[in-house]
Design a protein around this ligand. Structure first.
Ligand code: SF4
Ligand code: SF4
Length: 366
């Protein structure tokens, strides 16, 4: 395991801008992944009790590349759900802080288009503001990301409506992107690091006809979506309807404040920190853990709570994902993965709430 100390080089963009597209014979994928996983921990979709989950497969052959939807997204191996931030030690002179970050080189395989977008959203939250999140930055840079385009559409997925799928369009945020063309893969390589890793394969470049094949696949997938959301005016509509009865009714009748929706959401990034000290108060470990706006304590400030009722907390979740995220980050906070509604015990669905609001504005439901 490599131990990394914060340094200026950690901020360097390791991906660069080189972009080339190759063809990879199917039987060469696993041997190649075995080659590039050397010295790295590989994380990818595997079967766990009948369901897909991002884990460390013991063998590349355990990868389940045609998986559907995982409960926890792949971003959890970059933004850890809980981690130690530092240790603070009292000394005769004052305090000593050890903020060493342990981060492994990783190969993250099989990331769907929506989840690649979720990682881009987290990049905006953790890397582009006034304060850069050091732990996230180090793990992000030490992670080789291999995207994998979906081969079918899950019933709860609405990525096409959110502009995050089914295929990944931006040329950023990944090292490799695989598309299953039937008898071989299209392999997109982005950045100098990726080119160094793919060069030994001496692959043929993709041609125009292969891009046409890819586009045909994309069109086929677009025809499979059963869940849709009209997002053309959703920001203004949600903001204009903060007192709509749907918030109170849904919250009072169905929401359990269990926080599942925020726990599984791959773009939720809020965390809380806590210090755990020894009895002599000489040494503390500061840890952080993902927090949830659905918790009552979340909005407690100086003895009062500005979201003391459940309806206000549910409204906050949906409003942030579908509207105010734009003001904050210039994009939606929802990538249309369908996790929150899938793992909500009462199946509360933010698209249903949004559609009910639109219906009262005479915009009809789709
Ligand atoms: S709000 Fe729900 S559908 Fe949207 S990204 Fe989060 S978990 Fe996925
Ligand atoms: S998962 Fe469902 S019940 Fe639980 S807090 Fe979220 S909306 Fe409420």
């Amino acid at each position: 395991m490599a131990v990394v100390r914060l340094g200026r080089t950690a901020a360097k963009n390791v991906r660069g801008s080189m972009y080339e597209v190759f063809l990879l014979e199917k039987e060469r994928l696993f041997p190649w992944l075995d080659e590039i996983r050397r010295g790295r921990v590989m994380v990818g979709p595997v079967e766990e009790q009948g369901f897909p989950a991002f884990r460390e497969p013991s063998s590349t052959h355990d990868l389940w590349l045609d998986y559907g939807l995982t409960m926890m997204g792949p971003q959890t191996c970059i933004y850890h759900l809980t981690e130690k931030v530092c240790t603070i030690q009292r000394t005769d002179e004052g305090f000593e802080i050890d903020d060493t970050v342990t981060a492994q080189d990783q190969l993250l395989v099989g990331v769907h288009s929506c989840d690649l977008h979720a990682i881009l959203v987290l990049d905006k939250a953790f890397l582009r503001g006034r304060v850069i999140d050091r732990n996230y930055r180090i793990r992000r840079e030490k992670t080789v990301v291999v995207g994998y385009h979906c081969t079918s559409v899950c019933s709860q997925c609405f990525c096409a409506s959110m502009g995050t799928g089914p295929f990944f369009e931006p040329r950023e945020g990944y090292d490799f992107l695989l598309t299953d063309l039937g008898d071989r893969y299209m392999l997109e390589a982005l950045g100098e690091r990726a080119h160094g890793m793919v060069a030994p394969l001496r692959l043929h470049k993709a041609e125009e006809k292969h891009f046409r094949e890819k586009e045909e696949l994309r069109q086929q997938l677009l025809g499979q979506f059963t869940k849709r959301l009209d997002t053309s005016r959703i920001v203004e509509i949600i903001l204009r309807n903060q007192n709509h009865p749907v918030w109170r009714r849904t919250a009072d009748e169905r929401c359990l404040s269990c926080t599942n929706c925020t726990k599984v959401c791959p773009t939720c990034f809020c965390y809380s920190t806590r210090d755990l000290g020894d009895f002599e108060l000489k040494k503390w470990d500061r840890t952080r853990a993902k927090d949830s706006c659905q918790e009552l304590h979340f909005a407690e400030v100086h003895g009062s709570n500005f979201r003391g009722i459940r309806a206000a907390r549910l409204r906050q979740f949906v409003t942030h994902k579908l509207a105010t995220w734009w003001e904050q980050f210039g994009c939606f906070g929802c990538i249309g993965c369908g996790r929150c509604m899938t793992w909500c015990p009462t199946h509360i669905d933010l698209t249903h709430m949004a559609k009910e609001i639109m219906a009262t504005e005479g915009l009809g439901m789709r």
